[in-house]
Write a protein that binds this ligand. Structure first.
Ligand SMILES: NC(=O)C1=CN([C@@H]2O[C@H](COP(=O)(O)OP(=O)(O)OC[C@H]3O[C@@H](n4cnc5c(N)ncnc54)[C@H](OP(=O)(O)O)[C@@H]3O)[C@@H](O)[C@H]2O)C=CC1
Ligand SMILES: CC(=O)C(=O)O
Ligand SMILES: [Mg+2]
Length: 413
């Protein structure tokens, strides 16, 4: 990033008001009568109604359209463990994206908790406030324990975006890229750079969809994940390879898919010729990818390339998923976001790119653009329908066409 862009980013965050989100009142407060309704004595009526029927909170408060974006700042983008305060611009940003793209109210909570246990206690206590919990930028392996325990304890959707949001968008991109490349998921070989929250979830979802686990090689900062690694969780051990420790350079030959969810510049240009014909390169580290698309194009014009960034085509970023999956989940009162809902989101997202849109389906358009107004109308009803079919909807929607009309009004032009 050059100095001019860096200054523009700081100015954007600072002016005209510091930060990217603010709360506003949704009701008039013009006079004493409004105040009597909003506050004392009228507010007591709403409190009593909720005390006698907790479900009525969705009528008398903003809870059912309110999501918390929560982090402890331990794996912020690719910036590492920069702590909860420094993570705040990202979390405010995610909150703003919820509002902008899906009409969901969200605020960010950066929690200074040095242990998973403390983090879990704080978040679990927030259930009365929120309709859903979006966990963000929490490092592996703590993120797995945290999400599992919160899902167990809370009756509202708890979704670690870096795992599942990323996996959904990645799986849609892989589906479409392989279609263009005339390759089958069951036949391809995939090598990762990164074996953290995002990479493991992406691989897991692809394996659920038909990628043989035996065709996956995980690598991280210490090289290939081999069976003699100590301290591995079950979700990493599942992909650990036999054999001596080696580096990415030694296992990348013949790989059809490079899945980068790690750090800048890890995929060096001299490794590109080693990849299989027509490779798919997902260089998804933020803000700086594992390799820049222009470097790939110069060496491998047969490759399809995606990054997590907004300034290149094929933005494979969880932004394409999290606002819309929560929209669908909140609207039917889902108690969780389950596997069926995630697969429905993958299919809806992939289909949208194949239908065209601002660009024809091609190697530079394997995934829709984040500003595509069709996203909400395609993903949220698919997610809501899957939730209803899988028995996690507490408020099923009968009129899905009417629901689509409501969503169309939220979509940005
Ligand atoms: N495009 C998108 O939508 C998304 C992109 N990301 C990006 O993916 C990256 C990882 O995020 P996340 O999984 O949440 O973080 P984690 O901290 O959970 O995982 C990071 C992983 O990358 C590995 N790693 C770090 N540095 C290197 C390196 N130089 N070479 C190889 N591997 C390395 C780590 O290894 P070790 O543990 O040994 O340090 C770890 O396996 C970030 O850059 C993030 O911005 C994440 C989510 C969504
Ligand atoms: C996009 C995102 O969530 C990340 O890079 O962490
Ligand atoms: Mg993230």
């Amino acid at each position: 990033m050059d100095a001019k862009f860096r200054q523009a980013a700081l100015d954007y965050h600072q002016y005209p008001t510091p930060g990217k989100v603010r709360q506003s009142s949704s009701k008039p407060m013009r006079n004493a009568h409004d105040l009597a309704l909003a506050y004392s004595p009228g507010v007591a009526v709403a409190c009593e109604a909720i005390a006698s029927d907790p479900d009525s909170a969705r009528h008398f408060t903003g809870r059912s359209n309110l999501v918390a974006v929560i982090s402890n700042g331990t794996a912020v983008l690719g910036l590492g463990n920069i702590g909860p305060l420094a993570s705040k611009p990202v979390m405010e940003g995610k909150a703003a994206l919820f509002r902008h793209f899906a009409g969901i109210d969200a605020f960010d909570l950066e929690i200074d908790a040095s242990t998973p246990e403390r983090f879990i206690e704080v978040v679990a206590a927030l259930e009365p406030t929120f309709g859903g919990i979006n966990l963000e930028d929490i490092r592996a392996p703590e993120c797995f324990v945290i999400e599992d325990e919160l899902r167990r304890r809370m009756a509202i959707p708890v979704f670690h975006d870096d795992q599942h949001g990323t996996a959904i968008v990645c799986a849609a991109a892989v589906t479409n890229a392989l279609l263009l490349q005339a390759k089958e998921l069951s036949q391809v070989r995939l090598v990762t750079s990164g074996a953290g929250a995002a990479a493991l979830a992406c691989v897991d979802l692809l394996v659920t969809m038909g990628l043989p686990a035996a065709n996956v090689t995980l690598t991280d900062i210490d090289g290939v994940i081999t069976r003699d690694r100590t301290g591995m969780g079950a979700n990493m051990a599942r992909y650990a390879r036999a054999g001596p420790a080696c580096r990415l350079d030694e296992v990348i030959a013949g790989a059809d898919i490079f899945l980068g969810l790690s750090a800048p510049g890890v995929l060096r240009a001299e490794l590109l010729p080693l990849l299989a014909d027509r490779p798919l390169i997902l260089a998804l580290a933020n803000p700086e990818p594992e390799i820049r698309p222009e470097v790939v194009r110069a060496v491998r014009p047969d490759a399809i390339v995606a990054t997590g960034r907004s300034d290149y085509p094929n933005q494979v970023n969880n932004l394409l998923c999290f606002p819309f999956i929560f929209r669908g989940a909140l609207d039917i009162g889902a108690t969780e976001i389950n596997a069926a809902m995630k697969i429905a989101a993958v299919r809806a997202l992939a289909a949208l790119a194949r239908e065209g849109g601002p660009c024809p389906f091609s190697s530079d358009y394997i995934i829709p653009d984040p500003f595509d107004p069709r996203l909400i109308g395609a993903i949220s009803p698919a997610v809501a329908t899957a939730a209803m079919a899988s028995g996690v909807a507490t408020r099923p929607i009968a009129d899905l066409d009417g629901y689509r009309d409501v969503l169309a009004a939220i979509a940005q032009p």
